[in-house]
Design a protein around this ligand. Structure first.
Ligand code: SF4
Length: 394
């Protein structure tokens, strides 16, 4: 089983209109220099309490991590080793970058830090839509960044946003065709998601047309040998994101930085989630806690810890595993939850197989092609209630 570190860098040049991540204007609250120091304090003060020392992936996410001085990325990477983590030579080290934020000098330091994967927030090549979204870069800036990555033969993932206000299928095709003039190894799809009364929810294509847009994208990517391996993620064979697959495989990860989330399946009967506060002040207070403590939860107030109950763990397990095209492996499920839970699982699965929403695989089952656009309906069937698991002592 892998183990990943997620490092949240919450700075952005400006707030995109559709974004609900925890981000801050540049240097608004704490300078980036101070923030890097806080991440390193968190590493030093909590590393002892993290049992797993073999890291298979590191992910610098945000925000816009490429705004942080690259020297700080290198310093954080070095601190990860200094506090006792073994980062395997074949680890995946990703940094999210926005177009126009990476220079040759920065790239050298990223490579020195071991970064071997770049996740690029292109979104669209349509300048008018970039403006609608409040993105700070232009389509030409994106083109320059992609050419720069390709010139340096770097492994990168392309973020494509669709379902924008007024966007037509013809316009989406223009984006797709241009994306495929480049050679991304990985593509993450984002169907615009904003609250019901958000101004960007007006004049969007109806749901059926957005579903068609997804089908168009999938068809083009498959033809380009970029295959769907998760509900919203596509990759050339061998370039599936190691780090993101941890989230869908019941694997542990430790999130550092303001608002970052962590999960460990080995603490508590059914696994434990814990997270950092979204408030800077509170975060600073918590990471400055006594470095001699060896209990990771001693640093956190109870409201930032959730020991999962069995029905919650079953639900999370099924929802995340079924996001992947390879689906759920029944023996692994039984190993974690036992034979009675397996019977309950199979009773639910059989009904959905009959309805054509699940397909049998060699080791279990996965969503059928007709279930992919309505995955949430299938997930609903795999939402376990406490009374369904009366056989357990929870
Ligand atoms: S760049 Fe990304 S994280 Fe920053 S505001 Fe825009 S969508 Fe949100």
């Amino acid at each position: 089983m892998g183990f990943g570190l997620y490092i949240h860098i919450p700075y952005c040049i400006q707030k995109c209109h559709y974004c609900d991540f925890t981000t801050f204007d540049l240097n608004h609250v704490v300078s980036m220099k101070q923030y890097s120091q806080l991440i390193m304090s968190e590493l030093r003060s909590r590393a002892k309490a993290i049992n797993n020392k073999n890291v298979t992936s590191i992910y610098f996410g945000g925000g816009t991590p490429s705004l942080l001085p690259a020297e700080d990325i290198l310093a954080i990477r070095n601190e990860i080793s200094a506090v006792g983590f073994n980062v395997a030579p074949d680890s995946e080290i990703t940094i999210e970058i926005n177009p126009g934020t990476v220079t040759p000098a920065k790239l050298d330091l990223y490579l020195e830090s071991g970064v071997n994967r770049f996740s690029v927030g292109v979104q669209t090549f349509n300048d008018a839509y970039l403006k609608t979204c409040g993105r700070e870069h232009s389509a030409n800036t994106s083109r320059e960044t992609l050419r720069f990555l390709e010139k340096n033969m770097l492994n990168y993932s392309f973020d494509l946003l669709f379902g924008l206000p007024n966007q037509t299928q013809a316009e989406l095709l223009i984006d797709l065709n241009e994306m495929l003039t480049f050679s991304p190894q990985h593509v993450s799809l984002y169907n615009l998601t904003v609250p019901m009364h958000h101004k960007m929810n007006a004049r969007r294509a109806p749901d059926e047309e957005q579903a068609e847009m997804f089908e168009i994208i999938e068809k083009h990517l498959t033809a380009a040998q970029i295959f769907r391996y998760e509900l919203s993620n596509f990759a050339r064979p061998g370039h599936e994101s190691k780090h993101n697959q941890l989230y869908w495989s019941d694997a542990p990860y430790w999130g550092l930085g303001v608002s970052a989330h962590s999960y460990t399946p080995s603490v508590g009967r059914w696994g434990t989630r814990y997270w950092n506060p979204t408030s800077y002040k509170e975060y600073i207070k918590q990471v400055s806690a006594d470095a001699t403590l060896t209990d990771p939860f001693a640093f956190l107030p109870a409201r930032q810890i959730e020991h999962l109950k069995m029905n919650e763990a079953l639900t999370d397990y099924c929802h995340t595993q079924l996001r992947m095209m390879r689906g759920l492996t029944i023996d692994l499920f039984e190993k974690k939850f036992g034979s009675e839970a397996r019977m309950l699982l199979m009773a639910k699965a059989e009904k959905l197989i009959q309805k054509g929403l699940l397909l049998n695989t060699a080791s279990g089952f996965c969503l059928s092609p007709s279930a992919l656009p309505i995955a949430n309906q299938v997930f609903f069937e795999f939402t376990f209630l406490p009374e369904e698991i009366a056989f357990s002592t929870h």
